[in-house]
Design a protein around this ligand. Structure first.
Ligand code: SAH
Length: 243
């Protein structure tokens, strides 16, 4: 009987991959994942068998992983960031649970885009925060808007994943407008593109001006709460310490 590791490989570079994630991949016979993530790690694990698959093929990918594990292989199914945050951990467990034959699945966490980006920006996540994906592929847009409204009203620092794609370029503007209903125009906003990767860039802006900058599917957006401020080029959300 084989084994399945669902591995969060971190935001990009090997430096941000945990030793536990590295070990799992090194101890696997086959590494399976979305082609962009396989390309990120391929050169660092030479001699391994890699299988890349396309974006919206998660169910097939997990079914393949299960088949290979039942043949006796140890498999690493890789996700960028954390495998349990909009990653492969949930669907892999669901598919493994459905199978008649039981196979062990171990979920290995990784540094998610929000924390990788927060470190680039300073310390924006020092207080309660919400993470919301603007992808409506599997979540109705009405529900996404409702969550944005509650996060805004609750004064949560808000991280937006999947902020913009070709088919839904207007969502980020609507999300911004929802935030503006209960947050000031000069609320700090950080945009980090390709956090932890060679081509990383970041912008510190405000809720009023954030749409003037490039935002795409490689970007994570962090919107501050009512206390968040910018100083010396860093975003800080105070925890409340007296200094
Ligand atoms: N499991 C991943 C998230 C996958 S959802 C994680 O934990 O990070 C994909 C979205 O995550 C992207 O659209 C983008 O908003 C964000 N993202 C993932 N990697 C990123 C990176 N290196 N830099 C900036 N944003 C990233």
């Amino acid at each position: 009987m084989g084994k399945i590791f669902v591995v969060g490989i971190g935001p990009g570079g090997m430096e941000d991959m945990t030793p536990r994630a590295k070990n799992a991949i090194e101890n696997s016979d086959i590494i399976i994942g979305y082609s962009t993530y396989i390309d990120l790690i391929k050169d660092c694990f030479q001699g391994k068998q890699f299988i890349s698959s396309g974006m919206t093929r998660e169910v097939e990918r997990c079914t393949l992983v299960l088949e290979k594990a039942l043949e006796g292989n140890t498999i690493s199914l890789v996700s960028s960031g954390d495998s349990g945050i909009y990653g492969m951990a949930g669907i892999m467990l669901e598919i493994a649970n459905k199978s008649q034959e039981k196979v062990e699945v171990e979920v290995i966490p990784g540094i998610t885009a929000a924390t990788a980006a927060a470190a680039v920006l300073g310390a924006p996540l020092m207080h309660d925060f919400a993470v919301i994906s603007l992808s409506d592929l599997m979540t109705p847009w009405e529900l996404i808007q409702k969550r944005l409204e509650y996060a805004a009203a609750g004064d949560f620092v808000t991280c937006l994943y999947n902020p913009k794609s070709k088919n839904r370029s207007e969502y980020i503007g609507i999300a911004r407008d929802i935030m503006l209903k209960s947050r000031k125009e000069n609320t700090p906003v950080g945009l980090v593109r390709n956090a932890g990767r060679q081509n990383e860039t970041h912008t510190i802006t405000t809720l009023a001006q954030m749409l003037e900058h490039e935002i795409d599917m490689f970007t994570v957006v962090i919107i501050g709460n009512s206390q968040t401020y910018i100083e010396n080029g860093k975003i800080i959300t105070p925890r409340g310490y007296k200094i």
